[in-house]
Design a protein around this ligand. Structure first.
Ligand code: ACO
Length: 301
């Protein structure tokens, strides 16, 4: 499709393979599969959900919310439902919002899903983006903690000054869809990858430091690290700066590419299934993405 090579993609990004949704599959279809598995593994019925929160930058449509489409499909009749857009930080933003509703006692059972069908918004003629992004979904059920498991600390950040670095220019209220916008390919994602790369390492390291400080922890206290999966060179640089050993770091971008909000959610599921995380481990999650947004969270698993 474009002038590229396996060699360029693997050495510059670390990606070897990825998953692409079928033509007839949308974000809510991926979210539905992930939700069913999360509910089953948590032994929770959809009818018992108080809230459904879908983190996505590729909703089925501008509105209604993908979370509402999912709520109907799951039969989660009493659940409030809404979407959250924080690009690659969406899952951590979602966990943070959901956990606040639980902490205040307002809700008891919340489903947080990160679902992306990025293949639908990348420009398959643009080699700087079409080799990186992929589709996927992950979900988690949040409930009050009655033991050691808990969210130890959270830090969320944003800088709208970097809004022009990655996004989809047309199709919103600023540049509504028209023949002209379609002709100019403005409904596809545009990204200044190099500029984002430079900011990503610095911001992720700062975010980690703040979340560790809030949890009164040092890097040695971290048993496992799941970073956002944008580029292996970004992950290596972040890990080196905070002084973690690479065997404590989970990588799935070689198999899954960059799934934006879904990257960390899917990685968490894979790490659990591969027995990389034990009960009681302190797990660090850190993300950086469009908006700009970033987040870092420490969880006692
Ligand atoms: N195949 C071959 N050559 C390519 C390709 C490709 N697929 N893509 C770009 N190139 C070329 C460029 O044209 C350029 O050529 P030139 O030197 O002749 O001009 C050269 O490779 C280097 O281009 P750079 O953009 O400088 O490449 P870089 O090493 O920065 O890698 C990448 C690009 C992988 C995008 C990297 O910058 C990156 O990972 N950035 C971070 C992305 C990110 O974190 N995004 C935020 C999250 S995404 C979200 O929020 C949805």
């Amino acid at each position: 499709m474009v002038d590229t090579s396996d060699e360029w993609i693997s050495t510059r990004t670390g990606i070897k393979e990825r998953r692409i949704a079928r033509e007839d599959e949308a974000a809510s279809d991926l979210a539905y599969e992930a939700s069913k598995k999360a509910l089953e593994s948590a032994n929770v019925r959809a009818e018992d959900l108080d809230m459904i929160l879908v983190a996505t930058i590729t909703p089925d449509m501008i509105f209604p919310a993908t979370a509402c489409i999912l709520q109907d499909r799951l039969g989660a009749k009493k659940a409030a439902a809404f979407d959250l857009e924080a690009a690659c930080s969406g899952f951590l933003y979602g966990l943070s919002i959901g956990s606040q509703f639980i902490a205040t006692g307002m809700y008891d059972t919340i489903l947080v899903i990160a679902a992306e069908a990025l293949s639908k918004i990348v420009d398959w003629q643009d080699r700087s983006t079409c080799v990186i992004f992929a589709d996927g979904a992950g979900a988690a059920v949040l409930r009050p903690s009655n033991g050691e498991s808990k969210i130890i600390s959270t830090y969320l950040g944003a800088d709208g000054g970097g809004a022009d670095l990655v996004g989809v220019p047309a199709g919103g209220s600023r540049l509504p869809a028209s023949l002209e916008t379609v002709k100019n390919r403005q409904h596809y994602m545009k990204m200044k990858g190099n500029e984002l790369f430079k900011r990503a390492v610095k911001i992720m390291v700062q975010a980690i430091e703040i979340s560790l400080e809030r949890g009164k922890l040092s890097p040695e206290d971290i048993d496992f690290f799941i970073p956002h999966q944008a580029n292996i060179r970004i992950i290596n640089a972040v890990v080196k700066r905070i002084g973690l050993s690479m065997d404590k770091v989970y990588i799935n971008l070689d198999r899954c590419g960059n799934m934006s909000a879904a990257s960390i959610a899917v990685a968490l599921d894979q790490a659990i299934k591969e027995n990389r995380i034990k009960r009681g481990d302190r797990v660090l999650f850190t993300s950086f993405g469009g908006g700009l947004t970033w987040a870092s969270m420490v969880v006692r698993f």
